[in-house]
Structure formats: structure tokens, C-alpha cells
Design a protein. Sequence first.
Length: 236
Amino acid sequence: MFSLSFANIPKGRREFLIFRLRFALLKFSCESLLIILSFYLQLKIRIRLIISGDGPNLRQRGYDMGELREPLQQLAECGLPTALEAMGERWSFMILRAAFNGVRHFEEFLSEISIARNILANRLTRLTESGILHRTPCPDDRRKVEYRLTEKGLDLLPTMIALRQWGEKWGTGVLSNPVLVDDRDRQPILPVTIRSHDERVLGYMDLSWMNSSDITPVRVDALDDISDRVRKLSAI
């Protein structure tokens, strides 16, 4: 049996050793608790993924998007830096948001989003040069100009909606009002999601990178079957 005696140790030294011993025991207990907690959380995640049917994928590729990943240093071949160059700051998004809400004129942008005149002029020039906005004379007054969204600009609508929905979920925690609805049924739109070729909603764990040369095209008859299934689901 191991025993420890402090009888022959001076009082000051003894108190210091007792303090160090208690600190070491506390540190060991905390570290042990963190290890147990980490193991429990990882086990819980694995059990959930296995139950949901994603267990084989988890075991095969872990927590990332497969063994292959984007060439992160090759910026010229990636569309994301190009998009960020045109839209990657707050005021550009605020101007685009206003444009989607029907704002057309310089003075309108100025008053609606409370932006400084020089910043607005700079951002409108950048968005026009990027082909996102088109600068054209006003039909009723040729001395004035208006800024309208191009087809390239309209293609940013899903991005704007996705960012808004993300902000509502993780930022404000409150749904914005007015609510965006589809014009036919007057019902709120669904969350922007990632979908597969057969309309399945995909999450992060469902995705992998592949070389385009390794992808096998889906047969035409398979696509017809998928379309039939989508039509039947839509009719329910």
C-alpha cells in the first residue's frame, strides 16, 4: 500500500506540496472529464449517422468532403474569388438588396440604405463594370440615369435569399417581414438547399469532390423516371 507522510516536512513546504498535489488532482480530473465528454460526443454523432444511414459514408471518408478537395491555391480557376471580388463587402449586398426591391436611381439608393455619396458612387461603378447592374438613361427624363439588374445580377437572387435565411436562423433568430412568397400560390418559399440530380436535399455529409472526367452521365431514361417521380410527388 502506497502512503505519503508530511510529518518531517517543514510547515511552509508542506502546505506548498499539498497545494500542488490538489492542483494536479484537479487538473487530472478536468482533463479526464474532457476526454470522456469528447468521446461521448463523437460516439453520439457516429450513432446518429449510422442510424440515419450515413454510417458507411462516415467510416469511408470521416468528417470531410472526401479524399479529394478543391485546389485552394489556384484562385484563377475558382468562381468564388471572382464572386467575392464583385460582391464581397456589405455595401454591395445592400445595394443589390435595394435593386431587387425596385430601387433604380442614385438618390433613391442614397436615402433608402443610408450610404455615403462617395461610397455609393464607387460601389455602383464597380457593380456596373462587373456586369451585375446596367446603367441606362431614364425613359421619362433622359438627363437622369437608372441602375437595373442584368441577367448576371438576377442570378445572384438565390445567394441573397440563402444569406438572408442564414441570418434569420443564426443571427436575428426572427423571420423577416414582409415574407417572400411565390407569386402563384402566395405561400412562403422554402429554405434554399443543396439538391442532387434527382431532387434529394443534401447535407454536408452527403457531398464529395470528384474530378469531372470521373463522372458518369445519367442515362436519359433514368432522368425520365426521376421527372415522373417528381411530378407524382408534386401532385400529392
